[in-house]
Design a protein around this ligand. Structure first.
Ligand code: FES
Length: 112
């Protein structure tokens, strides 16, 4: 069962960037693509914990600012040849442009 929490409006997330939301289990990065799609990952690179929220978004990937791993925003998976997953969360944008995060799934890890 989902438990949706209002986070912000779409306009409050920079295009091709991210907004950080604090949680009891660490920071969560809410990303916005150039097509205004929104994705949420724990702000913790699967390599050495770099802040993915400070990475560069291109298409549906973010490039970690620490060592350049590319992480899929929709899966949390590192692109080959790197291996690993960032934990991700369900996020949605309603018709009014409000961004909602499913805080029930805060520890979920996306499937590859
Ligand atoms: S910590 Fe992200 S690529 Fe190394």
């Amino acid at each position: 069962m989902s438990e949706w929490k209002k986070i912000c409006t779409l306009d409050e997330i920079p295009s091709l960037g991210a907004r950080v939301v604090k949680s009891a289990q660490g920071d969560i990065a809410i990303f916005r693509t150039g097509n205004d799609e929104v994705f949420a990952l724990h702000d913790h690179c699967p390599h050495k914990g770099g802040p993915l929220s400070q990475g560069i978004v291109a298409g549906k990937t973010v490039t970690c600012p620490m060592h350049g791993w590319k992480i899929g925003l929709d899966s949390g998976a590192a692109e080959a040849p790197d291996e690993g997953h960032a934990s991700c969360l369900q996020v949605k944008v309603d018709e009014a442009g409000v961004v909602w995060l499913d805080i029930k799934q805060i520890v979920a890890v996306c499937a590859a």
